[in-house]
Design a protein around this ligand. Sequence first.
Ligand code: KIV
Length: 267
Amino acid sequence: MTERVSVRPVTVPEFRAAKARAERLVVVTAYDFPSAQLADAAEVDAILVGDSLGTVVQGHANTIPVTLGQMAYHTEMVARATRRALVIADLPFGSYQESSRQAVRSAIRLLKAGAAAVKIEGGARMAATLAALVRADIPVMGHVGLTPQSVHQMGGFKVQRAQETILADAQAVTDAGAFALVIEGVPATIGQAVTAAIPVPTIGIGAGPDCDGQVLVWHDLLGLFDAFRPKFVKQYANLGDLTREALQQFRDEVREGRFPGPEHSFK
Ligand code: KIV
């Protein structure tokens, strides 16, 4: 008989309450079944099905082309593999900007695909949309500072330094009911100021060491993406080199007739 190990999933209220207990939160992106299984086994607190998949999986220059259908597809794979971590899915560009009604409809699609919460980019200007999502019982994570979906407005992926605006954005998103907030691409002093100002956990990416938690993109963390490496990325392993070496060895063994050997052949 297979032993069923019971795992207690991380819930939205627990994730939110971690700040009051001064527990640092660990978040990583994942986009498919095997990577989500590995992240879950590593006991991260949350897995973000990020629209960063547009760059690191699909090979686009930015996240703009990612569709809601693609996000739902990847969310399904991640949710199927996840037993413990909180699964949060990004609402992609074009799936929530038109109206609160559109945002609610899009978020429902991601929750039906298996996410427990969604993330939307934008501060004060998105507060009403965020509040509409919360009213529809959809937990929402905010995202302020460098918001990659605004790449054309920002004129590129640039560190955001307008402290007062970013603080006001963080406050607006929190007042609208966000249970947590990603802060991206800001000086460490702003990461610290926002973290001190709001009651919900801040999850930093390029926002310094004082946020309540940190998030990294799977491919950056594991050395699987080398198109560009922002300063804030720490590479914890180089799976890119390992993969290249393994594939070259496979190539050589096939060409030289050394694979498959008797141990890989049926009698
Ligand atoms: O899309 C993403 O992966 C994100 C993280 C970088 C926070 O939004």
